[in-house]
Design a protein around this ligand. Structure first.
Ligand code: TYD
Ligand code: MG
Length: 458
């Protein structure tokens, strides 16, 4: 096949050049030139044919005349996976699943495909493993692999051909970074290849109605390798999270054109593959026989589901000129901000102390409702005094030292009560109108207020 013509386009400004250059001649940015396929020149917009082209464009409709059809969905046979997808897969939808190597992407997709193969035609395209390796895994997972079609291929054009001929309803591409298109000369995994392959596959999905699931690798920084444009091209972006050392895996929806984001699926990795955990709220609590200093339990809300997570802090005298601030599973910058609030509004200084915080179980908490728990854990570690038993909190802390409400407060309280927590310190605006059974509520407005109310309890 003849090579398609390519040139280099700046990913910042769109400037082009026929050769690769380190710096874009148009906008002077460095390392932004990416190889791209030159599209066949379309009709010039000033030529005669431009008018014909315009005449064929889609008609302009008013929104009220367009029927709002509910997209039909089909399940993957894995309840937790359907939950993150917003109820299941959509025909013609493109899903991108990212995650660290070895976290379980291929395992989950093989399980899902094997389930779906009972009713639908499915195709598994693997560029990473041979057919024998996948067969071995299917055996290990004890899934029914009779109807599962497999192709070990990395050339995009051949894969598109197979999709065209086989017309599967669901296809998994494992992984997008191993594919290459003949049209480009750059290596598989390069920005240009990843973008081109994803765009072509997406076009195929939209035209033929096949649901495509792309597997993507993440870089060291935790972003999906390849361009961010990948996230714009696809309909749904899911991320695998979790600690490689623990058996729990979380799948989170980052973007979903067909459902809510921040929905969370919880799995446990077993010797028979990934198993859904339907009641995960107590998963991220560590088991202490007695209350220990530096530990505070919070209720976080992930999508529609409240989760109880233990936040741990360790504060220790620093011997470095710049005291260390380290956070695992929580935002680092927010920690510095919270320590400043702690100093200014509660009079507790930590400038000469190393501060480490950790969300137990490898869970990542991005919502600001974790602030209050972080501050209480830090204070508890500093004073070497444990929080009372059955104590749970949530609430955002503002720069003025105020405690701001968190969404869905009542649901959080109910979940905590269900798991046996009996005292909740929450923002005043979150106090429920009806009391929650078995739960004493301490409403606080300011951070210093929170500390003084806590001292009464200890
Ligand atoms: P895998 O799905 O190959 O990861 P990815 O495709 O995201 O790179 O996951 C492989 C890991 O999961 C590997 O370390 C072994 C483990 N595993 C189990 O613990 N149990 C199993 O049944 C399977 C198939 C894998
Ligand atoms: Mg894999």
């Amino acid at each position: 096949m003849a090579k398609a013509k390519t040139n280099y386009t700046c990913s910042e400004c769109g400037g082009t050049s026929s050769k690769w250059t380190g710096q874009c001649a148009a906008c002077q940015q460095w390392n932004t030139m990416v190889e791209t396929v030159i599209e066949a020149p379309g009709a010039n917009r000033f030529s005669q044919s431009a008018h014909q082209a315009l005449a064929q464009t889609a008609p302009v409709l008013s929104l009220k005349d367009i029927e709002a059809l509910d997209v039909p969905r089909f399940g993957t046979g894995i309840e937790e996976f359907d939950r993150v997808l917003g109820g299941g897969l959509v025909a013609g939808g493109v899903v991108l699943i990212g995650g660290d190597p070895g976290i379980g992407k291929s395992t989950l997709l093989l399980q899902a495909l094997a389930n779906m193969a009972q009713l639908k035609s499915v195709l598994y395209v693997s560029g990473e493993e041979s057919g024998a390796q996948i067969a071995l895994r299917a055996k290990r997972l004890a899934v029914d692999a009779h109807e599962l079609k497999l192709q070990a291929e990395i050339q995009l054009e051949k894969i598109l051909n197979t999709l065209h001929e086989l017309k599967p309803q669901v296809a998994v591409i494992d992984s997008i970074q191993t594919l290459y298109s003949d049209a480009l000369s750059s290596a598989p995994g390069s920005v240009a290849q990843v973008r081109e392959c994803a765009a072509q596959l997406t076009r195929m999905a939209k035209q033929s109605g096949v649901t495509i699931i792309l597997v993507g690798h993440v870089t060291k920084e935790g972003a999906l390798a390849g361009p961010r444009v990948l996230e714009h091209i696809v309909d749904t972006v899911l991320y695998f999270e979790g600690d490689n050392h623990s058996s729990f895996r979380l799948v989170r929806a980052i973007k979903n054109r067909f459902g809510a984001v921040n929905e969370l699926g919880v799995f446990a990795m077993t010797d028979k593959g990934l198993k859904g955990v339907s009641n995960p709220s107590a998963l991220f609590l560590s088991q202490h026989d007695n209350q220990v200093p530096g530990s505070c339990v919070m209720v976080t809300q992930e999508g529609t589901r409240p989760l109880l997570v233990e936040i741990q802090a360790l504060v220790d005298a620093s011997h470095l000129p710049n005291a260390r601030r380290l956070s695992v599973g929580l935002e680092q910058n927010r920690l510095a901000m919270l320590l400043a609030v702690l100093h200014r509004h509660a009079g507790i200084a930590a400038f000469d102390q190393d501060v480490f915080i950790n969300a137990v179980g490898g869970v990542k908490i991005t919502e600001p409702a974790a602030d209050l728990a972080v501050l209480l854990a830090i204070n508890s570690s500093m004073r070497n005094k444990a929080l009372p038993p059955g104590f749970v909190v949530f609430g955002e802390v503002g720069l003025a030292g105020e405690i701001r409400p968190a969404p869905r407060g009542q649901e959080r309280l109910r979940e905590a009560a269900k798991l046996g927590f009996s005292i909740a310190m929450i923002p005043k605006a979150n106090v429920p109108k009806q009391p929650v059974e078995g739960m004493t509520i301490i409403a606080v407005e300011r951070i210093d207020d929170a500390f003084s109310r806590l001292r009464e309890l200890q």
